[in-house]
Design a protein around this ligand. Structure first.
Ligand code: CA
Length: 287
């Protein structure tokens, strides 16, 4: 297990440690093997434990809504496939097979399904799919001429937000979880990517370079209220909500190598949360 060089942000900068945050964070880091592996910490960013140990890339983990499982993508079978494991790293099992290439899994709010983007062998077109957590019921949701990627479920389970470059640059789109009712959410210049739906269903946080640099932005789920949350020449990416929606974790290289930061949901109080000399990225947080 990990001998940590990670530093928890709440102790940096002489900041007073606030009341403890509750829950569990999972993220990915290159610290131990040089390739992405999956890690777990408490919500303070402390007690870091490595959950995977392969020569492959185990990337883009997301913790289940009940905090008991982790889904991630792995190259351990040669191509990228979706795997699920228990929160302690046991019970590892594949959801998808080497016939496809599958990335960026996301849990449905009831924990029964995984959305991800995939391309079949020989196809260069990424589309949004869902699959039940037992590996059955694989369903293709999108049929566009461009890439559709990075799905995230609404908390009521009815819709999925994703990004697509079907009209040139990446914009956010909504689709019903059964594949009907597709509609475009964002417009304008630049790329809008990595959307994540807020726990209260009202907002979608994402990264965008519409200002000329990659920052974290948020928009209401009805398409109003587009707001920039970060403004830094470094690359801010991979936003994720705290379970109560009051905080946002994100990944940034503003200090040199990728680290995980936390901020209030309005963009204030940006502080390092999980840092280290290697790359730490793609946090998600469950109760
Ligand atoms: Ca780092």
């Amino acid at each position: 297990m990990l001998v940590g060089v990670f530093v928890a942000g709440a102790s940096l900068g002489g900041a007073v440690v606030a009341a403890p945050f509750e829950g569990t964070i999972v993220f990915m880091s290159t610290q131990d093997t040089g390739s992405w592996q999956v890690y777990r910490s408490n919500a303070q960013g402390w007690n870091v434990v490595r959950l995977t140990d392969t020569s492959a890339s185990d990337a883009h983990p997301r913790i289940s809504p009940d905090g008991r499982q982790v889904v991630f993508e792995t190259t351990r079978d040669g191509r990228r496939n979706i795997y699920v494991m228990n929160i302690d790293g046991t019970g590892l099992r594949a959801l998808t097979t080497v016939a496809t290439e599958d990335r960026h899994p996301a849990w449905s709010p009831d924990g029964r399904y995984i959305a991800f983007h995939s391309r079949y062998n020989g196809h260069d077109n990424w589309e949004i799919y869902t699959v039940a957590v037992d590996g059955t019921q694989m369903t293709r949701l999108t049929f566009s001429r461009g890439t559709s990627a990075w799905p995230s479920w609404s908390p009521d389970g009815r819709k999925i937000v994703f990004a697509s470059n079907r009209d040139g640059s990446y914009k956010l789109y909504l689709i019903n979880a059964d594949g009907t009712g597709e509609q475009q959410l964002t417009t304008g210049g630049g790329n809008d990517e990595y959307p994540v739906w807020s726990p209260d269903g009202q907002k979608i946080v994402f990264r965008s370079n519409r200002s000329g640099q990659y920052d974290i932005w948020v928009i209401n789920a009805d398409g109003t209220g587009l707001t920039r949350l970060t403004d830094h020449p470094g690359e801010d990416t991979f936003p994720a909500w705290s379970p109560d929606g009051s905080k946002i974790l994100f990944t940034t290289d503003r200090d040199g190598t990728q680290d995980i930061y936390m901020m209030d949901a309005d963009g204030s109080n940006q502080v390092p949360w999980i840092t280290g000399p290697a790359r730490e990225a793609y946090a998600s947080w469950a109760p």
